[in-house]
Design a binder for this molecule. Structure first.
Ligand code: MF3
Ligand code: CO
Ligand code: CO
Length: 271
């Protein structure tokens, strides 16, 4: 299957879905506190999606080949959990960091975004990892323009992560997205400049680097979903859904509460 080029109508649908996904995180953000469970995060997000937004939580019962159906509406990955953490009875404590990953479906279109949240005050090490990982996401986003290649995105991310002494998780990547949750292309978070698929206006995909404070290797837990670092080092991830425009990029998963709202607004204003 070739990489799809979205129509004007598709793009409008994805702008709506992207904003809604980001607004779930805006709604959640002020409610995160020590003592709450990751299941409580799932309920806050699920209820907002289903009852307020009338969006569909794409993860619920999502079942890629070789997996069991995903049992919850969002992913919550705490500390050394890399991604796909299943919300449950785990109680968050002060100093934890948690990634919350939201994918909504609205009118058939997907919006996919995640942020890191501090539970109480973070350690210096955790704060630095979360900040550098956010910078990695943006270094990747800033590569996006027609004629650039996927390798440019991966290289920019890898370069920034490794310069900080961190490592890039290799087994999971960003992905094309639209009416389908995960489609081509695969967007690797490492690579060589000028290699791989050439970007064209109308492509939509996520960039979602997973960066480990220690070694890059990961392990899957017995639940069949949760991914953790093999060495138990901290891991962080941020994700946006991106459109390739005629002049560069548009971040689709933005809302007034996006931590990078100001930066996104400026990039839109200056084209
Ligand atoms: N939202 C994740 C991503 O960024 C995918 C989660 S799949 C799930 O691609 F089933 F675990 F939710
Ligand atoms: Co994604
Ligand atoms: Co996601």
């Amino acid at each position: 299957m070739p990489v799809s080029i979205k129509s004007a109508q598709d793009i409008e649908g994805m702008r709506v879905a992207g904003r809604l996904a980001s607004e779930v995180l805006d709604h959640l953000a002020p409610q995160i506190r020590p003592g709450m469970t990751t299941e409580a995060i799932d309920k806050i997000c699920h209820d907002f999606m289903v009852n307020v937004q009338q969006t569909i939580p794409a993860p619920l019962n999502y079942c890629p080949p070789g997996y069991s159906p995903y049992p919850k509406s969002v992913c919550t990955s705490v500390n050394h959990q890399v991604c796909h953490g299943i919300p449950g009875s785990k109680v968050l404590k002060a100093g934890d960091v948690v990634n919350v990953d939201i994918t909504v479906i609205k009118d058939g279109y997907h919006g996919d975004t995640s942020r890191m949240f501090y539970v109480g005050a973070p350690s210096i090490a955790a704060k630095r990892l979360c900040e550098v990982t956010h910078e990695c996401l943006w270094r990747g986003i800033e590569q996006v323009s027609p004629g650039r290649s996927l390798g440019d995105i991966g290289h920019a991310i890898q370069q920034h992560a490794e310069a900080a002494g961190y490592s890039v998780v290799r087994e999971f990547c960003g992905h094309g997205i639209g009416k389908v949750f995960h489609e081509e292309p695969q967007v690797l978070h490492y690579g060589k400049p000028g290699t791989g698929l050439k970007l064209q206006a109308g492509m939509t995909f996520t960039i979602e680097p997973m960066i480990n404070a220690g070694r890059p290797e990961i392990r899957e837990l017995a639940d069949g979903w949760t991914i953790v670092t093999k060495d138990h080092s901290l891991s962080a991830q941020w994700e946006h859904t991106i459109l390739v425009t005629e002049t560069g990029f548009e971040v689709l998963t933005v809302s007034v509460g996006s931590p990078d709202w100001e930066r996104t607004r400026q990039s839109l204003a200056t084209g």
